[in-house]
Design a protein around this ligand. Structure first.
Ligand code: ZN
Length: 498
C-alpha cells in the first residue's frame, strides 16, 4: 500500500492518510444543486475527487464514494430567507420542481460522463432523506443546541460556541462572523444573525413541503450532508470534500450539526479544491460570469473562441494542482489541448513501437528508466495528488518515446511493455484521460489515417518488389502533402506535420 499524504483543511497541513477501517475508505463529496447546467466551476470538484477516488481504488482500497444531489432546501444567496433555487426555476418555467431537478440531474450526469468522471457509489437526493434530516434536527433540539421560532428550527450558534467552539474549520471566530454580518438585514426569527436554519416552515405558496413535529416545511440546506453522510458512511468517516467556497458556512455548519447531535465530529480529513476564476473573479452562478459545460463542448459562448472537448477540459483542470486557483482563458485551454494531443500522439506511437535492434553507439531505453518513471509518478500522487507533476513525468516519457521513433535510441519489447503499463496506469486509470474518438472530426481523422496506412502498405509491397521508383514516389507525394514517413525495422511510422 502506498503512503498517501493529503492536505487536511482542518489541520492546515499534509497528513498521512490512514483510514478508520483498514482497507476501506468512506468519502463524501458535496454534489450539485440541480437548477441549472453544471459550469466549469463544478467540473473542478468533480474531477478532483474523481482523481482521488480513482487513486484510492488503484492503491487497493475499497471506496464508498457518496455524492449528494441537492434538490430541496438550498435557498437563493445560500441564505435562510428567500426562495428555494429549484422552486424558483420551476415557477419561472411552469413545471414541477422535481421535473427541474430530474432534468438538470440528467444533464449533470451526461456532463460528468463526458468528462470521464466515474459515478459515485451512492448518489442520495436530499428530498429522499427528509426523515433522516428530521431525526438530526430532533437530536440537536434534544441536546439543547437549537430552538423553535414560529414553526422553524434554528441552530443556536452562540450556545454551541460556548460549549464546543464554532468556526474551527474556517478559522473564524464567532465575533468575526457577527461583525461581518452586522450590516445585513435584521435577525428576523433568529436570536442571532449567525444562527442558521435546520428546518424552515413553508410559506403557503411553497410547493416543496413535508410534515414535521414543528411545521409543514422543508430542511435547511446544511442538514442533508450531515444526515446522508451519517446514513451511508456512519457516525465517523474518512474524507469529506468539496469546493473551497463551501468551507464557510456550509462545512462549518455541518461540523456544528455533527457535534451538536452526536457530541463528536464525523469527519477525519477535510479536503477542498480551489476555485476557477475568470478575469480574476470566482466563476459562479451568483457572479453571473459562468460558462456551462455544454457551452464549452459546443463553443457556444461569447467568451469562447471555439469549442473544447471534454478531455481538454479535464486535462486543463488536472494541469493545475487542485489547491491552486485556475484562471480561465482561451489560450490556456488551447495550450492544454496541445499538451493532451502530445500525450495521445506519444501513446499511439508507443503502441506501434516494437523491439528495436541495438546498434553500435546507440543508447538504449533501460528498464531502470521505466522503474524510476513509475516511482516518480507514485511519489507525485502520494504528495497530495500532485497531478501536474504526474503530467510532467508523462511528458518526459513522451520525449523518450520520440527519441526511439527518431531512431536515436533503441528499446526492447520488454521495456516497451513496461512503459506501456506505466503510461496507461497513470494517464488513463488514474488521471482518467481517454482517447477521444467519439466526435465526427476524430472519426474522419481516423478514416484519413487508414488511407495513409493503406498507401504505405502498398509502398512496403513496392519495396519488397524492388520497385524503388514507386516506393519513392509514394513517400515523396505524401511528403508534399505534409506527411513525414519514417522507416523502422518492422515497417514504418508517419506523422502529419501541419
Ligand atoms: Zn454539502
Amino acid at each position: 500500500m502506498q503512503n498517501l499524504f493529503i492536505y487536511n483543511t482542518m489541520s492546515r497541513q499534509k497528513e498521512l492518510f490512514r483510514p478508520l477501517n483498514e482497507g476501506h475508505v468512506g468519502m463524501y463529496v458535496c454534489g450539485p444543486t440541480v437548477y441549472g447546467d453544471a459550469h466549469l466551476g463544478h467540473a473542478r470538484p468533480a474531477i478532483t475527487f474523481d482523481l482521488l477516488f480513482r487513486y484510492l481504488r488503484h492503491i487497493g482500497y475499497k471506496v464508498r464514494y457518496v455524492r449528494n444531489i441537492t434538490d430541496v432546501g438550498h435557498l437563493e444567496h445560500d441564505a435562510d430567507e428567500g426562495e428555494d433555487k429549484i422552486a424558483k426555476k420551476a415557477r419561472l418555467e411552469q413545471v414541477e420542481p422535481m421535473e427541474v431537478a430530474q432534468y438538470y440531474t440528467n444533464r449533470f450526469h451526461e456532463a460528468m460522463d463526458a468528462l470521464g468522471c466515474l459515478p459515485p457509489s451512492i448518489e442520495p437526493h436530499a428530498s429522499g432523506h427528509i426523515m433522516e434530516q428530521q431525526q438530526l434536527v430532533k437530536e440537536i433540539l434534544d441536546n439543547g443546541f437549537a430552538y423553535e421560532s414560529n414553526g422553524s428550527i434554528y441552530f443556536d450558534v452562540e450556545k454551541y460556541d460556548k460549549a464546543h467552539k464554532y468556526g474551527i474549520l474556517s478559522g473564524r471566530s464567532l465575533d468575526n462572523i457577527k461583525d461581518a454580518s452586522r450590516e445585513l438585514a435584521g435577525v428576523g426569527e433568529k436570536k442571532n444573525q449567525a444562527d442558521f436554519a435546520l428546518w424552515k416552515k413553508a410559506q403557503p405558496e411553497h410547493i416543496m413541503r413535508w410534515p414535521s413535529p414543528w411545521s409543514d416545511g422543508f430542511p435547511g440546506w446544511h442538514c442533508e450532508c450531515t444526515a446522508m453522510g451519517r446514513k451511508y458512511l456512519g457516525e465517523h468517516f474518512d474524507i469529506h470534500g468539496g469546493g473551497l467556497d463551501l468551507v464557510f458556512p456550509h462545512h462549518e455548519c455541518e461540523i456544528a450539526q455533527a457535534v451538536a447531535s452526536q457530541s463528536d465530529q464525523m469527519v477525519r480529513y477535510w479536503m477542498h479544491n480551489n476555485m476557477i476564476t475568470i478575469d480574476g473573479k470566482k466563476m459562479g452562478k451568483s457572479y453571473n460570469n459562468f460558462i456551462t459545460l455544454p457551452q464549452f463542448f459546443a463553443g457556444e459562448h461569447e467568451r469562447l473562441e471555439r469549442g473544447y472537448s471534454p478531455m481538454t477540459i479535464r486535462f486543463f483542470i488536472l494541469q493545475a494542482h487542485y489547491r491552486s486557483t485556475v484562471d480561465f482563458s482561451n489560450e490556456a485551454l488551447q495550450s492544454a489541448e496541445k499538451g493532451l494531443q502530445r500525450l495521445m500522439d506519444a501513446w499511439k506511437a508507443l503502441k506501434r513501437l516494437t523491439d528495436g535492434q541495438k546498434t553500435k553507439g546507440q543508447p538504449q531505453v533501460e528498464m531502470k528508466y521505466v522503474d524510476e518513471l513509475r516511482e516518480k509518478c507514485y511519489e507525485a500522487m502520494n504528495d497530495d495528488l500532485a497531478s501536474p507533476m504526474v503530467i510532467s513525468h508523462l511528458f518526459d516519457a513522451c520525449r523518450t518515446i520520440n527519441t526511439v521513433i527518431d531512431r536515436k535510441a533503441s528499446i526492447t519489447a520488454e521495456v516497451v511493455a513496461a512503459l506501456t503499463e506505466v503510461f496507461s496506469t497513470f494517464a488513463f486509470d488514474i488521471l482518467g484521460l481517454q482517447e477521444e474518438t467519439g466526435n465526427s472530426n476524430k472519426a474522419r481523422e481516423e478514416a484519413y489515417g487508414a488511407v495513409v496506412n493503406m498507401l504505405l502498405e502498398q509502398r512496403q509491397q513496392a519495396k519488397a518488389d524492388k520497385n524503388w521508383a514507386l516506393s519513392d514516389k509514394i513517400r515523396d507525394d505524401l511528403a508534399a502533402l505534409g506527411f513525414e514517413v519514417k522507416d523502422t525495422k518492422d515497417g514504418f511510422t508517419w506523422s502529419l506535420n501541419k
